[in-house]
Design a protein around this ligand. Sequence first.
Ligand SMILES: [Fe+2]
Ligand SMILES: [Fe+2]
Length: 347
Amino acid sequence: MEKTQYVKDLKDKDAVHSPFLVKFSAIATGKNGRPYMNLVLCDKTGEVEARIWEDVNQYAGQVVRDALVLVEGKCQSYQGRKQVVVGRIQVLREDTLNLKDYIPESSVDPEDLYRKLLGRIEEMQDPYYRALAESVLRDDQEIIDGFKKAPAAKSLHHAYRGGLLEHVVSVTRLLDLVSAHYGKWLDRDLMFLGGIFHDIGKIWELSYDRVTEYTTEGKLVGHLVMGVELVTEKIRELESVAGRLPGPFPQDKALLIKHVILAHHGQLEYGSPKRPKCLEAWVVHMMDDMDSKVNSIAMFMEQDQTQGRWTALNRQHERFFYKSDWVGEAAAAAAAAQASGGATSGH
Ligand SMILES: [Fe+2]
Ligand SMILES: [Fe+2]
């Protein structure tokens, strides 16, 4: 079944007739005591809230997260936001659809990004740090595959397939620029390794076959600790193979990379058990923070539908943003590419 209507094009009073992916589904009770269904529908261009008011019980257990559904209804504006009022909804089989239409993905080729990251590793001088980087990105196929697919977050930044790799390549590029500027005070290899490892736990913290969700391991342990566990495991593996390292992995180097991972959220209230206590950890934190903020704000502006220069309220940053000229140009280019059948991912 063809995908003919995309979320970002839906306007007030539009008739809706198209397949979507269910991102969220819950049954609630209305003021009249009758049940209704709260949905978030999505495709590669964005997401939209939806409501089913009638015959809700027949959909329970079917119209669930990750289901692909054909929706017939109407788009309306509710409290300044788009909402689809569903008339009919029907669960579809995956083999009748092209999943790529429903899952946002990086606009950059993951193979290109992966080659760039391998290039960074080849620049590393320290044999211990370099071997540790190679043990994950050159030698561990499960990690390489996960890196190419994983998003960097559920919704905050780089929240699309391949987003983790895009984010990590971008962070290592920023670290390269910073080390050229402040080189005499910084251990470049430790920063590169920190850039590569800081979010690596997200490969297992999130599940991303369709809709991105936190895994149980992600909820209970989280990507910072999972990254440190991976470092411990990989060092043990490297030490067990004769000739793989010049000697036993130095303890201070192992502690420093673990610290960079644990400190990268910068503050205790953002989930770091330790605040940055060496310059490299602080710089990795700042470049990570910059890259995630620039990406999330740029995406927010690009997807904003408000007329004029100012965006709608950005809840994450608690402010309205001023839209520069490039925002309109990017939206026009995306619309033109879609009209000509090109596969844009909306960013
Ligand atoms: Fe992180
Ligand atoms: Fe990050």
